[in-house]
Design a protein around this ligand. Structure first.
Ligand code: NAD
Length: 355
């Protein structure tokens, strides 16, 4: 059993903890938290040993009836691997802590790529993490783009990717980021940092990205144009290629899923924990081919698409399973895939634009 410590128990940390617990070959050694709050109570109720990041706040945890197992130093010492899920920039500050205990660590996409030897996407470069001590699981947007790029790159080759990222203004818990009533070019300069980040996974890829922020907490939506090197037979071939990907869901027209809100509602109905959507959701009808130019739109659930990637990165770094084995195990233990949506006979729907 791989003993996994989780340092930083917020949006990503708590989801990753639950995903690690669901694996047959891993256990959550404990979680480290700063504040004695409702999330700490949740961690205690979930049965995760809780470690204090700030020793001076230990009494605060005890005052709300949450037992403290020790300090973050002890958690790192007792873990085989640590997943750092602290806010952007704090992970890099934590690296000396992991080095001191000789404990390998995963970092998240908010960190600069230089924090680790390898930037990781399970579908694209699993093997590259094999000899690494420190691995960065790339951001939600980069994960979403990499999952789409990988099969297209392998099958047709890619001349150029152009992607417009319509990004959620904040996560539901990030009250400090809103409310906003605007659509904000972010950054206003082109390209955004996302393209270079995708190149940490595909160094030779030609990609430009443009970013905007809009007032939603639901999901990001990407509008993508890929100029392929080789022309596919037809649109159906591309749809089939994407539908065969384990972490891509092609959303059929019949379902009436017309946006991120209905997708989230669908995920909640499907019983997904926290309404999470671990997969890229590509609207099937958006997949359009004009010669070698492919267009499509996909929704990315920023709070959860990196969760299975963290689980796979643990196995990549420790060498316990190879990529396909790890992905299959992660998919099965989490319940990845929306068979109830994809496996039905298709019904054509006539959609007339209303505005
Ligand atoms: P978050 O703010 O929700 O959670 C971070 C947690 O770490 C909080 O509970 C905070 O109290 C705690 N923390 C702060 N300082 C700490 C320290 N020194 N030691 C231990 N814990 C500390 O942040 P998040 O959204 O979970 O983001 C974590 C990382 O994941 C960032 O790198 C972020 O860029 C990346 N990420 C976030 C998202 C997203 O949409 N939320 C998506 C993909 C990747």
């Amino acid at each position: 059993m791989l003993r996994v410590g989780i340092n930083g128990y917020g949006t990503i940390g708590k989801r990753v903890a639950d995903a690690v617990r669901a694996q047959p070959d891993m256990e959550v050694r404990g979680v480290a938290k700063v504040s004695p709050d409702y999330v700490a109570v949740g961690a205690a109720e979930a049965g995760y040993p809780l470690y204090a990041v700030d020793g001076e706040r230990i009494d605060g945890f005890r005052e709300i009836g949450v037992a403290v197992a020790g300090t973050v130093d002890e958690l790192v010492a007792d873990s085989d691997v640590v997943i750092d899920a602290t806010p952007s920039g704090v992970g890099a500050e934590n690296r000396p802590l992991y080095e001191r205990h000789d404990t390998p660590a995963l970092f998240q996409g908010g960190e600069d790529a230089t924090v680790a030897e390898v930037s990781f996407n399970s579908r694209a470069n699993f093997e590259e993490a094999a000899d690494a001590e420190y691995v960065r699981v790339v951001s939600c947007n980069t994960t979403g783009l990499s999952r789409l790029v990988a099969p297209l790159y392998e099958t047709y080759g890619i001349e150029k990717v152009r992607a417009t990222l319509v990004r959620r203004g904040g996560d539901p818990t990030q009250t400090g980021r809103g409310p906003i009533n605007d659509a904000v070019p972010d950054p206003v300069s082109v390209p955004s940092h996302h393209g270079p980040d995708v190149r940490t996974i595909f160094p030779d890829l030609s990609i430009d990205t443009v970013g905007l922020k809009v007032p939603t907490t639901m999901m990001h939506v990407h509008s993508i144009n890929v100029t392929l090197a080789e022309e596919p037979d037809d649109e159906a071939a591309v749809r089939d290629l994407l539908a065969d990907e384990d972490r891509i869901v092609t959303v059929p027209g019949y379902a009436g899923i017309d946006g991120a809100g209905t997708l989230k509602d669908f995920a909640a109905d499907a019983g997904r924990p926290r309404g999470d959507i671990w997969e890229n959701c590509i609207w099937e009808e958006s997949v359009t081919l004009q010669g070698r130019d492919l267009y499509c739109m996909q929704a990315i659930h920023q709070e959860s698409d990196v969760v299975p990637e963290n689980v796979d990165a643990l196995r990549a770094l420790t060498g316990s399973l190879d990529g396909p084995e790890s992905r299959a195990l992660t998919n099965e233990s989490l319940g990845i895939g929306f068979g109830r949506l994809e496996d039905r006979p298709r019904r054509t729907v006539d959609r007339t634009a209303a505005d």
